[in-house]
Design a protein around this ligand. Structure first.
Ligand code: TNX
Length: 552
């Protein structure tokens, strides 16, 4: 918990807004982080004991498109309620997911059954066939007769279930049974996303995280209706994905991480498990193989890829921009083709992210020529290429997506690439970067893009952020978590909460509903849910968290 008021973000020095100026700081001391996280956990445990406030229909993050409360139509979920679902395997899977969410805290059996036209009948209905709300939209009605969620797709039903979950008392997040009146506020919600791409990135290269931690991050994304998980799988400090044709990448390149820890890598089975778990939650995995820079771990494993064929030392620091694979060597393209082919084959989603950032030693035409050739390799694999916005000067490739991470909202090269047909995912470093500190006293994180408190994470408009880029070119938003200073699941959560929900709301909710005053109130109500679910979070002073008892 931060006891000091959050400082206003430092003004950005334009001289430090370019990629060439990035200097990742030294890894902060571990002790204060552990102490702060322990305080947060103790405080959060107190939230569980605070008297629960009744949930209002509009208390949902991200804010729904339309909310019409009906205070006369609250619904008390009875112990014998059933979940009735359209007779469709994907819809039934959502019904089972809802039951699994509700059973631990309620202790109710909540049988899941199917029907051609499911009706609530005193319980919950999940109905396919409401076709007017698009591929991810849903309608949710709470009446005295029960709850009905309708959607055109299983993804829409799944998002509706996340809303339903937030309409129940916070204790529904408890892993053990709680004596509670499971009341939902009456009325209707109609909802659909503003952008089709809503994501978060986890850097598993700077620090390696076990599969279970990644699955938990997937759960966090799902809760806030995010639909893409970008995995930064390779960097100077470690290569985290097994590649059969170049086995030493993982077995040798996967050893180590920032600060000298053991590191690790995902086997093909591990990666498939992450992809499948995400897919069950309607989340697409976007794998990133960062090229041509950020490749020290690959060069350690295969010195033949290194300029002059000399293996560099392992790297456990936090500087960037020193390593590269040789764009003039044909062996480099064998490596890139083999790796991307294997990763593409393991990945059902349409995207392959090729990095492209901070390749300071590969300049001009050597760089653009490399990127263009890699773009062709990706197209040949039937995937759509994504790259950090540094790839903008390279020639256009069909459908290509640039991920903007700059800090000043004006980049002629990116605007020009958009004119040539590129689309954008927005991750502005000074708003969306989850590795930035909240405040000067935040125990972990960077500040090269400024401090990012919750308001700064929330107060920007993805549709009008970059000069010369029309809203139609914007696919959506993504909040990246780089992990130079982030070493554990608790620290991941501390950096994600409450800023990930802020970014999620920018991606999902209509621009017209954007309202910091309302958002901070709705966010405050989420705190008790995170506490009940055992999620660490930063108790930002900007958010009016409910009071907690001093002596629980
Ligand atoms: C810049 S943003 C990087 C990463 C660092 C990050 C630290 C980008 C594409 N590259 O290599 O981890 O800053 O904030």
């Amino acid at each position: 918990m931060s006891a000091t008021p959050t400082a206003a973000p430092e003004p950005l020095d334009p001289a430090h807004s370019g990629p060439g100026d990035l200097v990742a700081g030294p890894v902060p001391l571990r002790e204060p982080a552990a102490a702060e996280l322990a305080r947060v956990a103790a405080r959060a445990a107190g939230d569980l004991l605070a008297p629960p406030a009744p949930v209002r229909l509009g208390d949902v993050v991200p804010a729904p498109e339309r909310v019409v409360p009906d205070p006369t139509a609250d619904f008390l979920l009875p112990a014998d309620a059933a979940i009735r679902v359209s007779a469709d395997p994907a819809a039934l899977a959502v019904g089972e997911q809802l039951a699994a969410l509700l059973r631990p805290a309620t202790g109710y059996p909540l049988p899941v059954t199917d029907a051609p036209r499911p009706e609530p009948a005193g319980g919950i209905a999940l109905a396919l066939g409401d076709d007017d709300l698009g591929p991810e939209g849903y309608r949710l009605d709470v009446t005295a007769a029960g709850v009905r969620v309708g959607a055109a797709t299983a993804a829409g039903l799944f998002h509706g279930v996340q809303t339903l979950r937030q309409l129940l008392p916070a204790a529904v997040e408890s892993a053990t049974q709680v004596a509670e009146r499971w009341v939902l506020p009456g009325g209707s919600i109609t909802d659909r996303p503003r952008f089709g791409y809503r994501g978060a990135m986890l850097d598993v290269a700077r620090h390696f995280f076990p599969v279970e931690d990644v699955l938990r991050v997937v759960d966090h994304l799902a809760r806030y209706k995010l639909n893409h998980l970008h995995l930064h799988l390779t960097d100077d400090q470690g290569w985290r994905i097994a590649v059969d044709s170049w086995p030493r990448l993982a077995t040798v390149g996967g050893v180590g991480e920032v600060g000298g820890g053991p590191g690790g890598y995902y086997t093909r089975a591990d990666y498939r498990r992450i992809v499948a778990y995400a897919a069950e939650r309607h989340i697409t995995v976007v794998p990133e193989i960062d090229l041509p820079g950020h490749t020290n771990s690959a060069l350690v494993a295969y010195p033949e890829l290194a300029p002059h064929g000399i293996a560099p030392a392992r790297y456990t620091g936090t500087e960037v921009g020193f390593s590269y694979v040789d764009p003039a060597s044909e062996r480099t393209y064998d490596f890139v083709s083999d790796v991307l082919a294997e990763v593409a084959a393991l990945t059902p989603g349409p995207w392959l992210h090729i990095g492209g950032d901070e390749a300071f030693k590969v300049k001009g035409e050597a760089y653009t020529g490399f990127v263009e050739r890699v773009q062709r390799i990706v197209a040949g694999l039937g995937k759509t290429v994504v790259g950090w916005h540094q790839i903008a000067p390279a020639g256009h490739a069909d459908g290509r997506v640039l991920q903007w991470w700059g800090t000043n909202g004006d980049d002629p090269a990116t605007a020009e690439a958009v004119r040539r047909g590129a689309r954008l995912v927005l991750s502005p470093g000074n708003h969306a970067y989850l590795d930035m500190k909240y405040a000067p006293d935040t125990p972990i994180g960077h500040d090269w893009a400024g401090l990012i408190d919750v308001r700064r994470a929330y107060d920007w408009d993805p549709g009008a952020h970059l000069a010369g880029v029309p809203a139609e070119a914007v696919l959506g938003v993504e909040a990246p978590l780089w992990t130079e200073s982030v070493t554990s699941r608790a620290e991941i959560e501390f950096m994600l909460f409450p800023r990930l929900p802020a970014c999620a709301e920018l991606g999902w909710s209509p621009r017209t509903g954007h309202d910091w005053a309302g958002f901070r109130e709705r966010l405050a109500a989420q705190g008790a849910r995170w506490a009940a679910a055992g999620i660490h979070y930063h108790r930002s002073v900007e958010v009016p968290w409910p009071a907690t008892p001093l002596h629980p």
